[in-house]
Design a protein around this ligand. Structure first.
Ligand code: ADE
Length: 259
């Protein structure tokens, strides 16, 4: 996948994109990331990228021309095929909410462009005529779209086949099956008298898989019960949810009744 990122602060990307999984994906040519400084596309002498807001108000607004030029240059650089959609995504708190589902959707493209907004805002014509998607990473306001772009890129890249290597599967991740992930342990089996659940040491893979599934359901029930409405549960698992909900969450659980 090719990822082009438009930003006024290219240096922000140096750290996160040069370590671990992301770096390995670049080194293995699974992804190609180009960071473009929007300022380089401003053709006036002072490379001005922002201006006052028409109608007044505090704060500067990012001008449309440098962003438009950057996107045009990216399109002419790759053999842009008219019939293949190129996601051109503006990172903004006004966008659709980012999720694992959106990451999965984006991981299927061969190319995406991420535009990082800054200052008080971006000229509305960028939204209307240049971007074809807008993404927010949550209901809070960051100083700019850079951190949001890193989050989107990270979540998308790890879903590209080969990026995590054959031994690790993104399929077990929290949110992939609509459930939070089950608890994980490593050695030692006993630490400070805290023990690893017996079942995980049993070597019985079927039982372990069942335990993990139940733990994922229980954890989701405890922390994010609203996710269970959309999770793909068998009838048996739905009954399990009802039982667990009564046992662990109800103020009038069996335990109380025995008292
Ligand atoms: N820019 C500023 N805040 C943002 C957010 N929550 N998501 C995406 N981009 C942003």
């Amino acid at each position: 996948m090719r990822i082009d990122i438009l930003t006024l602060f290219p240096e922000m990307f140096q750290g996160p994109f040069n370590v671990s999984i992301f770096k390995r994906a670049v080194d293995q040519d699974l992804i190609e990331v180009t960071i473009h400084n929007i300022r380089d596309y401003a053709n006036d002498k002072h490379h001005i990228v922002d201006d006052y807001s028409y109608g007044g108000g505090a704060g500067m607004i990012l001008k449309p021309e440098p962003i438009f030029k950057a996107v045009e240059s990216i399109k002419s650089d790759v053999q842009f095929e008219e019939n293949i959609k190129l996601p051109i995504i503006l990172l903004t708190p006004q966008g659709r909410l980012f999720s694992q589902q959106v990451a999965l959707e984006l991981s299927e493209y061969r190319h995406m462009v991420l535009i990082c907004g800054r200052y008080e805002g971006v000229d509305e014509r960028v939204r209307q005529n240049i971007a074809n998607d807008e993404i927010s990473i949550g209901d809070y306001v960051l100083s700019g779209g850079e951190l949001a772009a890193m989050i989107v890129a990270d979540a998308v890249v790890r879903l590209i086949p080969g990026v995590l290597g054959s031994e690790t599967s993104p399929l077990d991740d929290s949110h992939v099956a609509g459930l939070l992930e089950y608890p994980q342990y490593t050695r030692p089996a006993v630490y400070n008298e805290w023990t690893v659940p017996e079942i995980l040491l049993s070597g019985n893979h079927a039982k372990i898989a069942q335990w993990r599934r139940e733990q994922a359901i229980l954890r989701t029930l405890e922390r994010r019960p609203e996710l269970l409405n959309k999770a793909n549960l068998t009838l048996e698992e739905k009954h399990l949810v009802d039982r667990l909900a009564k046992q662990f969450l109800s103020p009038f659980s069996d335990n109380d009744e025995n008292e």
